[in-house]
Design a protein around this ligand. Structure first.
Ligand SMILES: [Zn+2]
Length: 557
């Protein structure tokens, strides 16, 4: 008797049942056991060592149906299967960012000024001023004072040349400083006689205000005048814009590493309007954390597009803005060891409370002193732990040493160090010095100790682009040619592992993403060239040709 294989059987059924069955039971391709889309040709990095050499990939619905030789996969071609020729290209899993702040920039009402010349900043702001009612604030974001070819920051007079009829506020991408124009000072009621506020500064020189303002000096401006309205619709537009930008850089999953009720609501609105281009792991804090606990919601709640991740706490200062708490001082500031924002009792209590409510935990700890305190709390809870390892997270985990590395390994904790900082923020690392930089953003050390270090941009402070991340982790070289912590360099293959599988592991989603394994979500990036084969200092320039999210091509170059 002839053996009827499954494919013959479902093809027969489809032919017999006709279109009524087809309409109610899914696509014709599914009925026939065929693929909806096939990518064939090029170099595949599946990130799954069990799969061996792959020449093509078949997708059905939002999942990977099969991978294998071109011949085998083309057997899965049905009447309506779309074949995409990827010859000469490089195909990888969609990249993952395990720590960012997607809504921080307010993309919908603010102007992106991530430029390298001051006239470009002025032109972008001028275009916005032209459509803004006189007297209302014009906002810019992604400003970085150290990046201009002019070799100087944007000044008050540069912004006066944009408009004298609008107050202008340009926020630094780090979030702690800004630049404003003369009308902004008028609107805020700040004059040359106004003293600096406590913990803040209006910078001055021989010509009066430079326009630079820092820390609590920002408040006087943010609280004055008429700001653009940011309502639910604007927030939803912010989510649409930023997830689209992130996705077109090759990211298919990101993590909002600090969200309250407004952010959670924003992602829900964008998701249900079908406007999220990137999957979101949401780390709740503050009011939404309290509300979720009260509702009995736990980490893991949600679906493949939007899921509750670990609760977020923050225990010390910043790496790029040079305030993290360390056991040794900053260079040139012998009395400055940085700042803590939680004490040991507070950290212990936060961890106990999260565990009691079924939440995973991520605590921001940059300096070695803070990482030690966070590990104390994790070790204490793990002493009586039953069940699978809870993958406690240490957000940033910037400055380590062999003792901390051993404890991180022993606890199964997951560090999320900045993946673009060595390249992008080079000019800031002089304040740590070369010795300390051998132990900062320690991707090399983490991998050497067998720790599944996660990929993290911390956007907006850090760029999220995964190609820049791979270059930064591989070269540790900044644009001036300084190499920061060369002992922490990792290979291209390791960097790709960090940005895919390790990202999935950090959110407990390694069963559905992070590799091109059949059955997983069809989240795929197609690159114009192979990061292994180009000059490592040009990896960041590799063109993203196509990005697929759940089998849909959301981006095509
Ligand atoms: Zn962050």
């Amino acid at each position: 008797m002839k053996k009827i294989n499954r494919r013959n059987l479902v093809q027969g059924l489809a032919g017999f049942s006709g279109l009524a069955a087809f309409a109610s039971y899914g696509s014709l391709n599914a009925w026939q056991g065929k693929a909806d889309v096939i990518l064939s040709g090029g170099t595949f990095y599946t990130m799954d060592p069990a799969l061996g050499n792959v020449e093509a990939i078949a997708i059905r619905g939002d999942r990977i149906l099969a991978v294998g030789s071109a011949d085998d996969i083309l057997d899965l071609k049905g009447q309506s299967t779309r074949i995409i020729n990827t010859a000469g290209m490089t195909i990888t899993p969609g990249f993952i960012d395990a720590h960012s702040h997607p809504l921080f920039a307010n993309e919908a009402v603010s102007v992106d000024v991530d430029f390298r010349t001051i006239p470009e900043v002025q032109e972008a702001l001028r275009a916005r001023a032209a459509v803004t009612p006189p007297g209302e604030w014009v906002m810019g974001h992604m400003y970085d004072d150290t990046k201009f070819v002019e070799g100087r920051p944007v000044s008050r007079t540069d912004l006066d040349a944009v408009s004298t009829g609008h107050p202008i506020f340009v926020r630094h991408r780090g979030g702690h400083t800004g630049v404003v124009n003369s009308m902004a000072f008028d609107v805020a009621g700040v004059t040359l006689e106004t003293p600096d506020p406590p913990d803040g500064k209006f910078y001055r020189d021989e010509n009066g205000f430079t326009g630079r303002i820092a820390e609590h000096a920002l408040d006087a401006f943010l609280e004055a005048g008429v700001w653009p309205t940011v309502d639910r619709a604007v927030n939803q537009e912010n989510a649409r814009l930023i997830t689209k930008r992130m996705m077109s850089s090759g990211l298919t999953s990101t993590t909002d590493a600090y969200g309250e009720t407004e952010e959670w609501q924003t992602y829900q609105d964008a998701y249900h309007a079908n406007e999220l281009s990137c999957r979101i792991s949401f780390m709740p804090s503050g009011n939404i954390y309290a509300a979720m606990k009260a509702a009995g919601i736990r980490s893991g709640f949600g679906d493949d597009m939007l899921r509750v991740g670990a609760v977020k706490f923050s225990a010390d200062g910043s790496a790029s803005e040079r305030t993290m708490r360390m056991s040794t001082p900053f260079k040139g500031r012998p009395d400055d060891y940085g700042i803590l924002t939680m004490n040991q009792e507070e950290i212990d209590a936060a961890v106990d409370d999260a565990v009691a409510h079924g939440f995973r935990i991520g605590i921001h700890a940059n300096g070695d002193v803070t990482i030690d305190m966070v590990l104390n709390a994790y070790e204490r809870v793990l002493a009586d732990w039953r069940g699978p390892n809870p993958r406690f997270r240490i957000e940033h985990c910037s400055l380590v040493n062999p003792d901390l590395l051993q404890r991180i390994k022993a606890t199964g904790a997951i560090p999320t160090p900045f993946y673009t900082y060595a390249y992008y923020h080079g000019e800031k690392w002089h304040e740590y010095g070369p010795d300390k930089m051998e132990w900062m953003f320690g991707h090399g050390s983490f991998l050497e100790y067998g720790i599944p270090v996660a990929p993290a941009s911390d956007y907006t402070p850090g760029p999220y682009q995964p190609m820049m991340a791979i270059q930064s982790m591989v070269t540790r070289r900044d644009p001036e040619g300084n190499v920061w912590g060369p002992s922490q360099r990792i290979s291209v293959a390791q960097a790709m592992q960090v940005c895919t599988m390790n990202g999935a592991y950090a959110s407990f989603e390694e069963d559905i993403k992070g590799s091109l394994t059949p059955g997983k979500l069809a989240d795929i990036a197609v690159l114009a060239s192979d990061p292994h084969k180009v000059d490592p200092d040009t990896i960041k320039d590799i063109e993203i040709v196509r990005v697929m999210l759940g089998g849909q091509s959301l981006y095509e170059a």
